[in-house]
Design a protein around this ligand. Structure first.
Ligand code: GLA
Length: 861
C-alpha cells in the first residue's frame, strides 16, 4: 500500500514537470512564454515558436521547435529583478528571408551591452548565445537591421531561455520603452526613453501616452545635434564642438519625507564625459514640483555654458499665459492673459541685480483653455532667481515648451572639469481646480519652504519714511516711539538717512557705502536709539542698502574700482548711485562686515534690505576681460551667499526684502527673508489689485502692506487694505487727526485679533478688482473655525452680498464687522449666527457700497 502511494506520487510529479509550461526545468523559462506583445518588430508581430510570418523557425536548414521569431528592428525588455543567472539562445537569420537580409543581435543588461553577435547574413548557421546575467535587473534583447535597412531581416531567437535562480519569481516582459512618471497627488508628467536612447516627455495636458513621440518632444533638448527649436541646453565643449547629444542613463528616486520625493534623471552625452541631471523635488500633497538641472563634465578643460535652463517642460497647445508686466510703482499691476500662438513668446529681464520690476519671474499657464478662480487646469511657475532671467514659451505647432532659467543674454559661463553647475530652482504648482486652489497650495509650500518663519504671525510695524524722509535726528525719531506704542504698533523701522559723516546721508545723493551712524544726528550711534525704542515697549528695526555706493562717499573715494562700471564709459548713475561689484572678494568682505556691524547692534530686531538700482553698465573691474560675462551669475550667487550668512548669523532678526519697490519679489531671495516690499506705490487703490496679483504666488503674510497718505484716500480704506497683507504703517502719528488716529488704533487692534487667520489661513480670492467695481477676499483658518472677509469698494455700486468660500458648511459662525467705519450703519447680520453653508450660499451684506469704502468682517464659530 505504501509502495503504491509512492509510485502514484512519482507519476504525478513527472506529469507536473512535463505539463507545466513555460518551465523547461524548474528554474528555466522559455522566452516564448513571455508576453510577446511587448516585443517590437520592424515588420509583423513577434511570434512564439514560429518565424515572423508563421512558418517554422529555421536557420541555415536547422529547424527549432522553441524560440521567438521577430523582425528587425526589434526590441524586448525583460524584468529579471536581479534573480536570473544566464540567458541562452541560438540566433540567426530565418530561412524565410531566402538567404537575403543582414542583422545583428544584441543582449544588454541594465543599459550595458553584454553580448553582440556581429553582423549575421543569410544562411549563416545559428550562433550560440550564453550570457551571464547575474544581478541584472532589466535584460534587453535587440535586433538591428545591420545598417542596411530592414528588408528580409527575419530574426530568430531560437531556443531562447532565461535561467532563473532557485525559487525566484518568473521574469516578466516590460513595455519596450522605459517609461516613468513624475507624480504628485493630481499631477502626472510622463517620460519615455526613445528607441534612440533620448529622453522624451509627453506634453502635460495631453492624455495619450501611446502617442508617437517625435524628436520635437525631447525632454530638456540640447542645441546642435538635430533639435531645431528653442533648446534648454547649449554648450561649447572643450574641443570647440557646439553640439550636445544627451542620452538617458538612469533614474534615482529618494524619499526625503513621507510627502516629498527627489527624482534625479541622469543624462549623458554620447561622445563627451558630460553629465546632465534633471532634478525634481515633488511635494505630493500640495502638487508642487521644484525643478532644477545639474551639469557636470570631465573634459580636458572648461566647457562654456551658453544656455542652461532650469526647466523645459512640454505642454499641449491651447495654453493661455498670464504674465504680469509692470514698472516702478506699477509692479504687477498689468496682468495680461494671452494664448500662446505658434512662435516664441519671451518674458525676460536684463537688469542683473534684480529679476523683476518690469517683467516677472512668476506666471500662470492655463491648459485647455482659460481658467478662473475655481475652474481650469493651471500650472503656476516661478523662477527662484534674483538676476536676469528668461522664460520662453515656444509653440512649434504641436506642443508648447516652457523654458525658464538664467537669461542666456550675455551670460556665457565657463564650467571647469568636475565642478557642478546648478541652475536656479523653478517652482511649479499644479491645480485642476482653478487659480484659487493653485494659490492656496503655493502659499502652503511657501510658508514651509519659500520664506522664513512662514508659520509665525507678524508684528505691527511703523516706518518713519513717509513721516520724516531724510529729515530727522535722535530726538525726532525718539519722539515717535511713545505714540507708536500708544497706538498699538509693535516694531519701529528707522529708514534711510541715519549714516554717513564726511558725506552725510541727508538726501539720496551721498553717503551710501559709509555705514557709520551720522554723528550729528545720532551722536552715540544706533544702540541708544534702539534701546530707547525698547524702553517704550516697541522693537527696533533698521534700513540698509549694503550693495550700493554713492560716488559722493568715502568708500568710493577710496575704492572707485569696487563699483560695477564699463571701462571708457561715463558712469551711469541711477538714483545717484552705483552697484558694488560682489564678484570681488574684498567687496564680499566689506558688505558682510557692514551687515554684521549694523545687525550686531543690540536690540536690532528687524532690517529692511534695500537695493535701489539695477545694472545698466555690466562691467566688473575685478573679472578678467574674457570673464566679464560671468558677472551676471556670480553677482547673484555672491548675493545669495551673503543673504544666507545673514539669515544664519542673525536667526532672530526679521528681514524685509526691498528693491526700489518690488524689484526682488522672487523666491530666490525670499527664502532668506520674512517678507518683501511689493512696491513704492502705497496708494490703497493700486494696492487692492496689486496685492491680488501678488497673491497668486505669494502668501499675503509675505507681502508688506503699509498704511500711508498716498493718494489721499480715506484712512479707513487704507487701513483695511493694508490689514489684508502683512500690516504696517508709514505715517507721522503726531500729525494724524483724532478721527484718523482712532481708525488706525482700531485697525491695529483688529489686525491683532485676526492676524492668525490672515497669516496662517487659506486665502480665497472672491471678486477680482481688475474686473469689477470692488475687490473681495476671505481668509479661513486651517481648522475652519474662523474666517475674515475683506471688501474693498473701488467704485460706487449697490451693496451686493459677498459669498465667502472655504467655510465648514456644518459649522455655525457669528458675524461681526471689525473696526467699522465711523458714521456708517452696522452690517445687517452684525452679531448674528449662520451656518457656513448658509453664508456661502446666501452671502454677507457688507456695509460699504460707495467708492473707497471698505469692510472687514470676522466670522467665528
Ligand atoms: C526705496 C524704498 C523706500 C525707502 C527708500 C529709502 O525707495 O522702496 O521704501 O526705503 O528706498 O531711500
Amino acid at each position: 500500500m505504501r509502495q503504491r502511494n509512492c509510485l502514484l506520487r512519482i507519476a504525478a510529479f513527472t506529469l507536473a514537470i512535463f505539463c507545466t509550461t513555460p518551465a523547461l526545468f524548474a528554474d528555466t523559462v522559455w522566452l516564448s512564454a513571455l508576453d510577446l506583445k511587448q516585443m517590437t518588430a520592424g515588420w509583423g508581430n513577434a511570434m512564439a515558436n514560429r518565424e515572423i510570418s508563421g512558418g517554422s523557425l529555421s536557420v541555415a536548414g536547422t529547424k527549432f521547435t522553441q524560440g521567438v521569431g521577430t523582425h528587425a528592428a526589434s526590441k524586448m525588455r525583460v524584468n529579471l529583478d536581479g534573480n536570473a543567472s544566464r540567458f541562452q539562445a541560438r540566433v540567426g537569420l530565418d530561412d524565410g528571408s531566402g538567404g537575403n537580409g543582414s542583422i545583428e543581435f544584441i543582449v544588454a543588461g541594465d543599459g550595458k551591452v553584454l553580448w553582440q553577435s556581429g553582423l549575421i547574413t543569410g544562411r549563416q548557421p545559428a550562433k550560440a548565445v550564453d550570457v551571464n546575467v547575474k544581478g541584472i535587473r532589466v535584460l534587453e534583447l535587440r535586433v538591428t537591421d545591420g545598417g542596411d535597412g530592414i528588408s528580409n531581416d527575419r530574426a530568430d531567437w531560437a531556443d531562447a531561455a532565461i535561467v532563473m535562480n532557485d525559487g525566484a519569481s518568473a521574469p516578466a516582459a516590460l513595455p519596450p520603452h522605459e517609461s516613468f512618471a513624475l507624480k504628485t497627488k493630481t499631477l502626472t508628467v510622463n517620460f519615455q526613453v526613445g528607441e534612440d536612447g533620448r529622453l522624451y516627455q509627453f506634453p502635460i495636458g495631453g492624455t495619450d501616452t501611446n502617442a508617437k513621440l517625435l524628436r520635437d518632444d525631447e525632454s530638456y533638448p540640447q542645441a546642435g545635434d538635430g533639435y531645431i527649436w528653442e533648446p534648454a541646453l547649449q554648450m561649447v565643449h572643450a574641443d570647440g564642438n557646439t553640439s550636445t547629444a544627451l542620452r538617458y542613463a538612469g533614474i534615482t528616486r529618494t524619499n526625503e519625507s513621507a510627502d516629498i520625493e527627489l527624482t534625479r534623471i541622469h543624462l549623458r552625452d554620447t561622445a563627451y564625459p558630460c553629465d546632465v541631471t534633471l532634478c525634481f523635488r515633488t511635494h505630493d500633497d500640495d502638487d508642487v514640483v521644484e525643478e532644477w538641472t545639474e551639469i557636470q563634465h570631465q573634459e580636458s578643460h572648461a566647457v562654456i555654458l551658453k544656455r542652461m535652463d532650469s526647466t523645459a517642460l512640454l505642454l499641449n497647445t491651447n495654453v493661455y499665459l498670464t504674465h504680469f508686466f509692470g514698472d516702478w510703482a506699477k509692479e504687477m499691476l498689468s496682468p495680461i492673459t494671452e494664448e500662446i500662438t505658434p512662435g516664441t513668446k519671451v518674458l525676460d529681464s536684463k537688469i542683473g541685480v534684480r529679476a523683476t520690476q518690469f517683467q516677472n519671474t512668476s506666471f500662470i499657464l492655463s491648459l485647455n483653455g482659460k481658467s478662473t478662480e475655481t475652474n481650469g487646469e493651471v500650472l503656476a511657475g516661478s523662477l527662484a532667481w534674483s538676476g536676469s532671467f528668461q522664460c520662453a514659451f515656444d509653440n512649434n505647432g504641436r506642443a508648447v515648451r516652457a523654458l525658464c532659467g538664467i537669461n542666456p543674454f550675455a551670460s556665457s559661463y565657463p564650467l571647469k572639469p568636475r565642478d557642478t553647475f546648478t541652475t536656479p530652482t523653478m517652482i511649479w504648482v499644479w491645480s485642476a481646480n482653478g487659480l484659487g486652489d493653485m494659490s492656496r497650495k503655493f502659499h502652503r509650500w511657501a510658508r514651509d519652504f519659500g520664506m522664513r518663519d512662514g508659520h509665525k504671525t507678524r508684528t505691527v510695524l511703523l516706518n518713519n519714511w513717509e513721516a520724516t524722509g531724510f529729515d530727522f535726528d535722535f530726538n525726532r525719531i525718539a519722539s515717535l516711539f511713545g505714540p507708536a506704542k500708544e497706538i498699538g504698533t509693535e516694531l519701529f523701522l528707522l529708514d534711510d538717512g541715519w549714516f554717513g559723516n564726511k558725506y552725510p546721508r541727508t538726501n539720496d545723493h551721498a553717503g551710501l557705502g559709509d555705514w557709520q551712524p551720522n554723528r550729528s544726528r545720532l551722536p552715540n550711534g544706533l544702540a541708544p536709539l534702539a534701546a530707547e525704542a525698547v524702553k517704550h515697549g516697541v522693537q527696533f528695526g533698521i534700513w540698509m542698502e549694503p550693495e550700493m555706493v554713492n560716488p559722493k562717499s568715502e568708500l568710493f573715494e577710496k575704492h572707485p574700482d569696487w563699483a560695477i562700471q564699463q571701462p571708457k564709459r561715463e558712469l551711469e548713475l541711477l538714483r545717484n548711485q552705483l552697484v558694488l561689484d560682489l564678484t570681488r572678494p574684498a567687496v564680499q568682505d566689506f558688505e558682510w562686515n557692514t551687515i554684521k556691524s549694523i545687525l550686531g547692534v543690540p536690540d536690532i530686531a528687524y532690517a529692511k534690505w534695500d537695493c535701489n538700482r539695477y545694472l545698466t553698465q555690466p562691467g566688473s573691474p575685478y573679472l578678467a576681460p574674457d570673464h566679464q560675462s560671468e558677472l551676471w551669475i556670480d553677482y547673484v550667487r555672491a548675493l545669495y551667499a551673503l543673504m544666507d550668512k545673514t539669515a544664519k548669523a542673525f536667526p532672530d532678526t526679521e528681514l524685509m526684502l526691498c528693491s526700489g519697490g518690488g524689484g526682488r519679489a522672487d523666491y530666490g531671495a525670499l527664502k532668506y527673508f520674512h517678507e518683501f516690499w511689493p512696491s513704492d506705490n502705497t496708494d490703497p487703490v493700486s494696492r487692492v489689485p496689486m496685492q491680488w496679483d501678488y497673491s497668486y504666488f505669494f502668501p499675503p503674510t509675505a507681502i508688506a502692506g503699509h498704511v500711508t497718505h498716498s493718494g489721499n484716500r480715506p484712512m479707513h480704506f487704507a487701513c483695511s487694505v493694508a490689514m489684508s497683507a502683512r500690516f504696517g504703517m508709514d505715517l507721522d502719528l503726531n500729525k494724524l487727526s483724532a478721527e484718523d488716529e482712532a481708525i488706525c488704533a482700531g485697525a491695529i487692534s483688529a489686525y491683532k485679533k485676526i492676524r492668525e487667520v490672515t497669516s496662517l489661513g487659506d486665502l480665497y480670492r472672491l471678486e477680482d478688482p481688475h474686473q469689477g467695481i470692488r475687490g473681495t477676499l476671505d481668509f479661513v483658518s486651517p481648522d475652519q473655525s474662523r474666517a475674515v472677509v475683506f471688501v474693498f469698494q473701488l467704485q460706487n455700486g449697490q451693496s451686493a452680498v459677498v459669498h465667502p468660500q472655504g467655510l465648514d458648511p456644518a459649522k455655525s459662525y457669528k458675524i461681526s464687522e471689525l473696526n467699522p467705519a465711523p458714521g456708517r450703519p452696522a452690517i445687517e447680520q452684525e452679531g448674528k449666527t449662520f451656518t457656513g453653508e448658509e453664508l456661502m450660499r446666501d452671502g454677507i451684506s457688507p456695509s460699504c457700497s460707495k467708492t473707497l469704502e471698505a469692510s472687514v468682517i470676522e466670522l467665528r464659530s
